[in-house]
Design a protein around this ligand. Sequence first.
Ligand SMILES: Cc1cc2nc3c(=O)[nH]c(=O)nc-3n(C[C@H](O)[C@H](O)[C@H](O)COP(=O)(O)OP(=O)(O)OC[C@H]3O[C@@H](n4cnc5c(N)ncnc54)[C@H](O)[C@@H]3O)c2cc1C
Length: 418
Amino acid sequence: MKQTMIVEPSRALDVSDSADVVVAGAGIAGIAAALAAARAGASVLLLEDSFSPGGLATVGMVPEYLPIDDGRGRKVMGGITEELLHLSTANLPRELPEACFRRAPAVWLDKDATEEQRNGIRFKTAYNPATYVLDLEALLVREGVRLLYGTKVCAVIRDGDALTHLVVENKSGRSAIAGRAFIDATGDADVCFLAGEPTVSNGNNVPCGWFYSVRGDGSGFRIHHASHRFAEDPNDRDSAEGPFFRGDDAREITAQILASRDLIRGELAADCATLPDDRRQPINIASIPCFRMTRRLAGAVALRRADAHKQFPDAVCLAPDWRRPGPVWAIPWRCLAATHTANLTVCGRCASWDESAWDAMRVIPVCAATGEACGLGSALALREGAAPAAFDALRIAAAMRECGNPLDENLLTEKTAQ
Ligand SMILES: Cc1cc2nc3c(=O)[nH]c(=O)nc-3n(C[C@H](O)[C@H](O)[C@H](O)COP(=O)(O)OP(=O)(O)OC[C@H]3O[C@@H](n4cnc5c(N)ncnc54)[C@H](O)[C@@H]3O)c2cc1C
């Protein structure tokens, strides 16, 4: 009879490293968290399963840094979120519309421009993912963040209500990494899930694979936004175009990648049919799965679309709507704090949003802002011997303001179209 389960023998693990703050996942959220914690004086170790920083925003070939303004002329995000936006095009020699390489609009770079002049012009960039990898990595190293690539978090060790170690696997084998505070920036809430935190998974991801190509003669460099239609509400299958996949199941991840690569092959074949002698060659395709919404924390609060313009007493950052001008959300610390694990916080696309808000919150700038809040919150709490998840959100908000993040209540009042 086929064996369906075996018992893995227990074994002692080396404690291979330690830091005050251990961040799992070096996507934009993890990068912002690591930078914020390091700047606040903590020793930081940033663990990354792949071999580059940036996650979907770089090796996922998603090169548009969506807006940090409300679409009505007001900047609602700053701090590391704005810093990483500027970094994204800092080394762009020239704009290339076809490749979607685009600097921030001049009206947002002119500090004397008025809200009226900025009204309707979104403060965003689009960049070269390869340049961004190099610049993000250099920034992390310069700021004293220790990186460990090729390192996957696969288990946690806890003592009472706190985590003591993350168990990782990499080329050196399986080992434990000790920390005082942990930040889940895996995009898939892996650490939360392993820690037994309540999570919610979504199975409605569609095939997609953005990629770059050139013509056979090396000309015509451009990006392709190859994707099936997806829905703002991840549970709304009627407005999306399947097949649908979960992002927390190895077989479904592989099936989604295969379907996405078929999409790429299809685009290339269509091009070949029109210009066979100069057919397009792909020059850069995603090297991680491109899932929009996979698994997230089900925290004490799950932010909803209906919470736009609502003030929360524990708000630590603001977020606009990348899809339309007007809405601004305050993000409560309770969306970022684990519920049963005192020293675990969560940032990026896997924080606690409900289905109605997930699509607005999963984007690069919101990942950066929530990352900065988690990094600052963890470092501040450790300094006082407190638990990050229950740390005073007003203190985190004050530190976020000091770091340049707008949190004024008047930004939460909807500004009407002019
Ligand atoms: C097709 C597509 C198009 C998009 N378009 C845009 C766009 O134009 N603009 C925009 O702003 N946003 C866009 N998004 C959304 C946005 O890119 C992502 O949601 C955002 O970049 C997520 O950042 P993150 O840091 O939360 O997670 P991720 O980018 O997913 O980073 C998580 C990192 O953690 C690592 N990791 C995962 N599990 C583990 C583990 N167990 N141990 C160690 N490391 C681990 C991963 O390798 C990865 O590097 C798009 C998304 C998709 C899929």
